[in-house]
Design a protein around this ligand. Structure first.
Ligand code: PLP
Length: 412
């Protein structure tokens, strides 16, 4: 006999809460108190940020780590250090968070959108090629949800056209591509430690690179244009104070102790859930190519194909939520459909050539399908428990599928 859906008055599959985020403990307290009592609260005279920069860079096999206020500013600093100039074009995915593209605008350059692969949600190399013009200078691949983009293909395009590659690894702490850490594959990798991220200090960011000159340029831009060995009030380039603070560094060092274990847990649970959900008609978890040797599952993204499942996404998400499974539809709009782009509300950053741009004419069909019809996300904290948490998610899904015809009453 069918179990009635919770959304229609039946019992919930899941009544226990899922693991919460952030996870923290006495090590965060100890380090924070030490930093507080030391009176050295800024990066320039403390040791916490420096320690974290070194550890995080080493964990990625990179020579340099530069702690920055957040993952939006770190992207912009990387573009500036990479020599991006006014009116240059930078290719970004249509399916990403706002910051990947606004960092380009704030570097006085022009974001050009390329589509993603419908199955991996990562930049489609063919769409990148199609977006290249004589003014293209850089590509920002995003490792979407924590699964590395197709970096061999992207680096080959970059070599062919002499383009800078800055990896937006805001979702990808601990992810790997062909056993090489995500973030270490292009010129630089940019990370975010904002509250939702897989390692967090509330707000924070960091760049990693193995290029000495590039690292010097990033350090200078994030530190008021100062140069190593220069005078305190000697400023060489357009820049600002974008340094990460010591309290953030203290929390990040403590978080780092748990990161490996948490990455392994998320990757295990994510793969387990993907295998279970793939059995349900019309449910397509993010396809994992063999190149993805570790997925950080900042998000677990999947598609709901209504015609195959037998009910539309909105009704499925509502029913899952009622079963006690936190889920959402993810980015609701392709980035180029945000009012910011349609109105070119770029403020002082409206590049001279932007006048000719018409973002209303951009089309990324796969991204549109994911945003408007099919995409759905689970957040990373759901994956920090045991396999039986995944079983509950899968059971709720199976129950919704069994009752898919009853969902008609939920369709607006
Ligand atoms: C893909 C992506 N890039 C960049 C950022 C920006 O990071 P922050 O919020 O630390 O500025 C985010 C944050 O959500 C993100 O998801």
């Amino acid at each position: 006999m069918k179990r009635p859906l919770a959304v229609l008055g039946g019992e919930k599959v899941r009544t226990r809460p899922f693991p919460t985020w952030p996870v923290f403990g006495t090590e965060e307290e100890r380090r924070l108190l030490n930093a507080l009592r030391s009176g050295k609260w800024g990066k320039l005279n403390g040791s916490e940020v420096a320690e974290f920069e070194g550890c995080f860079a080493a964990m990625h096999g990179c020579k340099h780590g530069i702690g920055i206020v957040n993952g939006t500013v770190s992207l912009r600093i990387a573009l500036m250090a990479g020599g991006i100039r006014a009116d240059d074009e930078v290719i970004v995915p249509s399916y990403t968070f706002l910051a990947t593209a606004t960092a380009v605008i704030e570097a006085n350059a022009i974001p050009v959108f390329a589509d993603v692969n419908l199955e991996t949600f990562n930049l489609d190399p063919k769409s990148i090629e199609a977006a290249i013009t004589p003014r293209t200078r850089a590509i920002i691949p995003v490792h979407m949800a924590g699964q590395a983009a197709d970096m061999d293909a992207i680096m080959a395009i970059a070599r062919k056209h002499d383009l800078l590659v800055i990896e937006d690894a805001a979702h990808a702490h601990g992810a790997s591509y062909k056993n090489r850490p995500a973030g270490s594959l292009g010129k630089a990798g940019s990370f975010s430690f904002q509250s939702s991220k897989n390692i967090t200090c509330g707000e924070g960011g960091l760049l990693i690179t193995s290029d000495d000159d590039f690292a010097d340029a990033c350090r200078s831009i994030h530190n008021c244009g100062r140069m190593a060995g220069g005078l305190w009030y000697e400023h060489h380039v357009i820049s600002g104070n974008y340094r990460l603070g010591e309290f953030q560094g203290a929390v990040l060092n403590a978080q780092l102790d748990r990161l490996e274990e948490q990455i392994a847990m998320r990757d295990h649970n994510g793969q387990y859930l993907a295998a279970r959900l793939s059995q349900i008609p019309g449910i397509y978890p993010q396809k994992r190519p063999a190149d993805c040797t570790r997925h950080s599952y900042h998000l677990f993204i999947f598609r709901i194909v209504a015609a195959t499942f037998g009910a539309p996404r909105s009704a499925v998400l509502q029913a899952l939520g009622a079963e006690g499974i936190p889920v959402c539809g993810g980015y609701a709009l392709p980035l180029y459909r945000q009012p910011l782009f349609l109105n070119k509300a770029f403020g002082p950053y409206l590049a001279p050539s932007s006048a000719k741009l018409d973002y209303a004419a951009v089309k990324s069909p796969n991204c549109e399908k994911v945003c408007y019809e099919q995409g759905a996300w689970f957040e990373q904290n759901l994956f920090l428990g045991a396999e039986n948490d995944m079983d509950d998610i899968a059971c709720a899904f199976e129950k919704v599928y069994e009752n898919r015809h009853a969902l008609k009453s939920l369709v607006q």
